[in-house]
Design a protein around this ligand. Structure first.
Ligand code: PHE
Ligand code: FE
Length: 287
């Protein structure tokens, strides 16, 4: 007990939102479900209803079909209830955490098919936008795709890959892969571009922007190219990487990254908005 130290997002001048004294040494805690107020349940229901309508025809089919597993959305679900169906679907389970956790603990949970979900919900003032991940982002954005067998395996591989990258001092590169796939990934489908990245799926504005704006680059997924690319955490992305399906993502990231990390150390970094001369890009969806 009391071994879990608070982790803050970006500038560390703000106090943590969650209570880290509730967390075990692995940073997990009980979901304090009885403590949610009526306002919080109502806010969650409104966030869910709005975003549920917004992801139709914008999120990939795999995401949309799995949304129903999050419960009736009348209020904040109990993670234990979701776990009954999730364990059966892909062997994953949700665990509550007080907020951001250190990389090693995060990757260790993923490698064991346990997904950390922040237990606290954003305030009313943050209804449209919140910088750090809260319960709504973690649950609505990330959990549906854990029901997809291929994506579920990708997330577990990411956990083991993260522990390996840490030992190779290559986390800077692997963080970019997480950012540009798990958080901000796009998929090309027979009906145009669709979103699978959780950072977009839990946001209202970026769902439209990433699919239809002429501004950002939409570059075909390439692990080496991607891991050279810096990213912005406080604006819409300047570049999105596009996969043709989760099979491609899983297969392209399965090989040993050790030689890739070695190559990356000698390659120049790319800015968040750079496009290379010869690479494949995708046009925005027509509106
Ligand atoms: N194949 C990667 C490695 O050897 C691990 C990994 C898998 C990373 C899937 C991310 C996603 O390091
Ligand atoms: Fe996230």
């Amino acid at each position: 007990q009391a071994t879990a130290k608070p982790v803050t997002y970006g500038a560390s001048d703000r106090p943590p939102r969650g209570d880290y004294s509730l967390a075990r040494a692995d940073y997990t805690c009980e979901q304090p479900w009885e403590d949610y107020t009526a306002d919080e349940h109502d806010r969650y229901a409104r966030l869910f209803a709005r975003q549920m309508a917004h992801v139709q025809d914008r999120a990939c089919d795999e995401f949309v079909v799995a949304l129903s597993h999050l419960g009736d959305a009348q209020g904040i679900p109990r993670f234990a209830d979701i776990n009954i169906v999730l364990r059966q679907a892909t062997g994953w389970e949700l665990v509550a955490v007080p907020g951001l956790i250190p990389e090693r603990e995060f990757f260790t949970l993923l490698a064991n098919r346990r997904f950390p979900v922040t237990y606290w919900l954003r305030s009313e003032a943050e209804f449209d936008y919140i910088v750090e991940p809260d319960l709504f982002h973690d649950l609505f954005g990330h959990v549906p795709l854990l029901f997809n067998p291929v994506f579920a395996d990708y997330m577990q591989a990411f956990g083991s890959g993260g522990l390996k990258a840490e030992s190779l001092h290559a986390l800077e590169f692997l963080s970019r892969l997480y950012w540009y796939t798990v958080e901000f990934g796009l998929m090309h489908t027979s009906r145009g571009l669709r979103v699978y990245g959780a950072g977009i799926l839990s946001s209202v504005g970026e769902l439209d922007y990433c699919l239809t704006s002429p501004e950002p680059n939409r570059v075909a997924f390439d692990a080496l190219r991607l891991m050279r690319t810096r990213y912005k955490i406080d604006t819409y992305q300047e570049t999105y990487f596009v996969i043709e399906g989760f099979g491609e993502l899983f297969d392209a990231t399965a090989p040993d990254f050790t030689p890739l990390y070695t190559a990356l150390r000698d390659l120049p970094e790319l800015g968040a908005g750079d496009v290379l001369a010869d690479e494949k890009t995708y046009p925005p969806n027509r509106v």
